[in-house]
Design a protein around this ligand. Structure first.
Ligand SMILES: Nc1nc(=O)c2c([nH]1)NC[C@@H]1CN(c3ccc(C(=O)N[C@@H](CCC(=O)O)C(=O)O)cc3)C=[N+]21
Length: 278
């Protein structure tokens, strides 16, 4: 029977240390400031952004959400980013994804100043992360690494990543490689997924398909990190068959209450990092 990794609890205790850092910054006259751009009326996006606002308020970060309807043009959005890039009081800029079809996501990401890119999505930050240099790390991968470290040593472990998205799969493998894990990537074209996942000491699943990973695909004693966010019959579930895998793993993250709260907390971490650079 696995330990349930309480992401809500780990995130809350991490936020307590962040709150102290904000107190110190404010004593020096620095108020960390985060701008979130939210386009359209997708209920999930609005819910995530509310979570970000709540966390910022708890820690003492000044956050502002700029809401636009989906008719906003790409040029208008890029001009807005330019203004925030130039505003010395703004430390972090986040444009909530996905964007409407008529807006080129990569052009938007590349327009955000790498120094203010608290998502860690800009190619300059991705490149620095790949090189193992000190930089703004992508929030979900950073949160996953932090959760895994509460359970196990990373060096020498076999980490199997299922999913190769730009936002989670690819960077999370790179972060664990930098921590001296042996990393295997799996994806939709992987020939025998179970044969791969059964080798994992640490199994990270970030695909977006409910019940993708079943108990027979997990090595006894593995640490399982479920990054999936799926709505099934109105309920939020991950990519892992939680009830069955829980019996086999040594530790597992629940959905909700696992990786999600860590993602938001690492966004706060990045905003404070930028504010601390002065
Ligand atoms: N530029 C950008 N940066 C992002 O970081 C980003 C994004 N766009 N677009 C969407 C995804 C998704 N994402 C989540 C954040 C928190 C939870 C979270 O806190 N989930 C709660 C449950 C929330 C609920 O109940 O709906 C949990 O797992 O416990 C989930 C998902 C950030 N994203």
């Amino acid at each position: 029977m696995a330990v349930v990794i309480d992401g809500k609890q780990v995130a809350a205790s991490y936020r307590a240390t962040l709150k102290e850092r904000v107190t110190e910054l404010r004593a020096r006259g620095i108020v960390p400031k985060l701008k979130v751009v939210l386009i359209g009326d997708d209920p999930a996006s609005h819910s995530y952004v509310r979570g970000k606002e709540r966390a910022a308020e708890e820690i003492g970060i000044d956050s502002q959400v700029l809401r636009f309807d989906e008719t906003i043009s790409e040029t208008e959005l890029l001009d807005l980013i330019d203004l925030m890039n130039e505003d010395e009081e703004v430390h972090g800029i986040l444009v909530q994804l996905p964007l409407p079809k008529h807006i080129d996501e990569s052009r938007v990401i590349m327009r955000i100043s790498p120094e203010k890119d608290v998502d860690g999505f800009h190619p300059e930050n991705v490149g620095k992360m790949m090189l193992g240099l000190d930089t703004l790390l992508p929030c979900t991968p950073h949160g996953i690494l932090h959760l895994a470290k509460t359970q196990t040593e990373i060096a020498g472990k076999h980490v199997v990543v299922v999913g190769r998205s730009q936002i989670v799969g690819k960077p999370v493998g790179m972060l664990f490689l930098n921590e001296s894990a042996t990393v295997t990537y799996c994806h939709s074209k992987t020939a025998d997924l179970g044969a791969m996942t059964r080798q994992a000491d640490i199994l990270i699943v970030a695909v977006g398909r409910a019940s993708l990973v079943t108990a027979d695909m997990v090595k006894p004693g593995a640490v399982v990190i479920d990054v999936g966010v799926n709505r099934v019959e109105g309920r939020l579930v991950g990519d892992v068959d939680y009830a069955a895998v829980k019996e086999k793993a040594s530790a597992i993250t629940p959905v909700p209450g696992g990786v999600g709260p860590m993602t938001i907390t690492m966004l706060m971490h990045n905003t404070i990092e930028v504010a601390s650079r002065g």
